[in-house]
Ligand binder design. Structure first.
Ligand SMILES: C[S@@+](CC[C@H](N)C(=O)[O-])C[C@H]1O[C@@H](n2cnc3c(N)ncnc32)[C@H](O)[C@@H]1O
Length: 279
């Protein structure tokens, strides 16, 4: 959607601040001043679809705590870029270091819990599932579960559909594609459906990390990658404190390539590339 200078100035002076405050309130995401145009472009089609006169009316609906509209609003503003085996060193760490460790440590209980927090359209959770199945050949004798959560309900529909194509498949080896997906090729484009063995390991759920979490369980590994970059330091710290309450000494927290928690938490020590151990 095109935006001319006059529209931009009017939006910036009248509505941008209210809208970005609502974004922070409902998602934790902090928008810089430079995001004026991005915010206008993302929300203008929704305002048109609702038949509203301007952004002011849209803010009023959001302030009335209209749950459905707030869900759509969160879906529109979140950035969901992801792919299979993104930052592959984390999956190598899981398969070469962490899972062998857990197999020894948990040889009695045989219980492993992993959380993909901010899973977007599911590629991260399915990549973890592949590594688990490859690393634990007798997984049927284990109690292994992956919880995968995101605030974006459109993304969660994609997770459940489990059909992927294009760029998100770029980092998957041919061997893995053949083993873990049912592939069709149409006009040179691959359409890959995740096999049920992978799906059965994962529970996808809508969860806003800013709200109360409806579970009390502990996680051997939490991946929260490329999510905290959108939050300010105070919100990041609160989130890390919450993760810490769901982990025990020695558990693993994996974050994204441009994130760093060393300065905001004493609960974790670095033990790999953007990989932390709970103290
Ligand atoms: C850039 S994606 C990262 C996906 C994946 N973790 C990866 O690294 O490839 C960021 C995800 O965080 C989610 N997100 C943002 N704010 C959130 C919140 N408050 N609660 C839960 N998820 C949130 C977005 O919806 C989005 O899917």
């Amino acid at each position: 959607m095109e935006i001319n200078t006059q529209q931009k100035q009017e939006f910036e002076s009248k509505h941008f601040d209210s809208l970005r405050r609502l974004v922070t309130k409902h998602t934790g995401i902090k928008l810089a001043d430079s995001k004026v145009e991005m915010v206008y472009r993302r929300f203008a089609p929704r305002i048109k679809k609702l038949g509203l006169d301007d952004f002011g009316e849209y803010c009023k609906i959001l302030k009335s705590d209209d749950y459905e509209e707030i869900t759509r609003f969160s879906n529109i503003i979140t950035t969901n870029h992801t792919s299979f085996f993104r930052e592959n060193h984390h999956f190598e760490y899981l398969s070469n270091t962490r899972l062998p460790e857990l197999k020894k440590k948990k040889s009695k209980s045989r219980r492993i819990r992993i959380w993909s927090a901010g899973c977007s359209s599911g590629e991260e959770a399915y990549s973890i599932a592949m590594v688990l199945l490859e690393s634990i050949p007798d997984i049927d004798c284990w109690d292994v579960k992956i919880l995968a959560t995101d605030i974006n309900t459109d993304c969660l529909k994609k997770c459940e559909q489990a059909i992927y194509s294009g760029k998100s498949l770029e980092n998957i080896s041919r061997l893995r594609l053949k083993r873990w997906f049912q592939c069709e090729e149409k006009n040179g484009r691959i359409r890959a459906q995740v096999r049920p063995e992978l799906q059965s390991l994962i529970t996808f759920k809508a969860l806003n990390l800013m709200e109360e979490w409806p579970f009390s369980g502990q996680f051997d590994v939490i991946l929260c990658r490329n999510v905290m970059i959108y939050f300010d330091k105070t919100t990041q710290k609160k989130l890390i404190d919450k993760f810490s309450r769901h982990q025990k000494t020695g558990d693993t927290l994996i974050i994204g390539h441009s994130e760093n928690i060393s300065m905001i938490s004493d609960d974790y020590s670095i033990c790999g590339q953007t990989t932390y151990c709970r103290n």
